[in-house]
Design a protein around this ligand. Sequence first.
Ligand SMILES: Nc1nc2c(ncn2[C@@H]2O[C@H](COP(=O)(O)OP(=O)(O)OP(=O)(O)O)[C@@H](O)[C@H]2O)c(=O)[nH]1
Length: 538
Amino acid sequence: MAFALSRKIGLRTAAIVLAVSGVVGVGFTIGSIQYQQEQERAEVNRQVETLLDAISGTASAACFVSDKQLASETLAGLGGTRIIHRAAIRTREGVMAVAGGRSMPSNPVITRAVNSPFSKTETVCQIEVELNDSHLRQRRFDVASRTAAMQGLQVLAVAIAVLLAVAMAVTRPIRRISLELHRIEGRPGGAVAIPPGHEHDELGSLVVDTNRLIDGMSRLITSERHLRELRERDEQRLRLIIENAETGIFTLDAEARMESWNPACVRVLGGPTRHDAHPTLEELLPELAAQIAALRQRVFERERSASGDFELRDAIGVSRWIQLVLTPSGEGTMQGLANDITDRKRAEAEAQELAVTDNLTGVLNRLGFERALKDRVASHARDRQDGFTIAMIDLDWFKQVNDTYGHDAGDHVLRTVSARLKRGLRRTDTLARLGGDEFVIVLDGVTDEATAVTILHKIRNTVLEPIELDGGAIAHVGASIGLTIANDELCGAEELLRRADVAMYEVKKAGRNDVRVTSFPHAANETSHRSPADSRTI
Ligand SMILES: Nc1nc2c(ncn2[C@@H]2O[C@H](COP(=O)(O)OP(=O)(O)OP(=O)(O)O)[C@@H](O)[C@H]2O)c(=O)[nH]1
């Protein structure tokens, strides 16, 4: 019952109306009953007075002549009414007549003095009347019952009327609205119809406001859904890009542990292979632990991106290069990129190699030699014990080969001479072609002049050997060699080359195909370019 009351406005309203009108009705009924009973009492008195008026003339005559018979007959008229229980006529001498019993009324309610028929001021007797209490009680009870029943019916009628009114005016339209709302649930753009007859009242306003709210929310939901779809599409696209990227992409937490990573990361870094494992980069690449820790520290301290190229070698010594880029992403976390740059490193190395290699002979070119000599001079500056010999070699009669057999034959001769020079050297020595038919040699650790000259004579002899050309022709070239020794004296690469060049030029001047030495001291201003100097043929 309480459940039904809590769920039904109509029932609840009716219960309240019943309770209130019940309380009011009871009070009203009590008052009403009292009023009705007063009226009843007055009516009874009026009826008795009327009866007394009717018999008082006869009673006056009976008392005046003391006729008991007439007095009794007069009272008998009263005995016919149900409202009078007993009546008596009393004179000064005593009771003259009684009606409704033998005894006198024990509790007379109404008395009427009866005057003489001839004098309005002389009282001859009085009539005493006792009312019929049980009849009167019954009449009062009837009146009270009728009034209470009427009042009860009235309260019930009001309650039913209120119930109906609430049902018609409130509950039903609200239920219709509720049904409409259920119907449009989850359907954007739906609107609730205003219940008929409520277009201009509060319910109508409620529906309009509700529709406005629904409309606003629908638009909000639609735009929210649209944005979510766009975001999901973007995320999907981004995820695909990240998943398919060639670059390893990962994040590190504040403890430098791998938090998330894409498949390329596993390819480039070799892990993590399990999704529940979260190793640090250092654990993943133990051989690079120190360098990676330093890189992370750099990023952490400078609060900006830093990168490093790192070489990894596998068990059989094959090298692989990776590049790591770390970017701070707040609160000690980092984002990282990992690329396999082995191919790029190889290409760079090859390009560098090409830049310093002579195309024709495969030995160092001028640029390569200058770099190698600078390194050599620098290491000599660090350790003077570590001296070396530089020898400039210019082929003799080479132009003739070109002129006689053609440029290709000349190339062949240059390649052959280069190979012969190489064969006469150790792995630690350096050979370069400076251009045309001009070569240079560095004999590592050779600081003894006699030894250097011996080696270079041997080399000259190998150059002298005949060279077979395509088609069976034989070419002959010689070698003019000028050398200088860098030992305990310091001098720059340029000066060393100049001195060797001077010595070589002396050989040319002296008839070619020989070896000459330029020794220290030999100041630059003492020997102008290819001018005679302190060079000796040995
Ligand atoms: N086949 C070929 N010839 C070259 C190349 N570079 C330079 N030459 C030629 O090499 C020759 C070098 O000249 P020279 O050094 O005067 O010739 P040479 O006959 O050795 O004369 P000397 O040095 O005075 O003994 C020139 O004819 C150049 O054209 C090359 O790469 N290939």
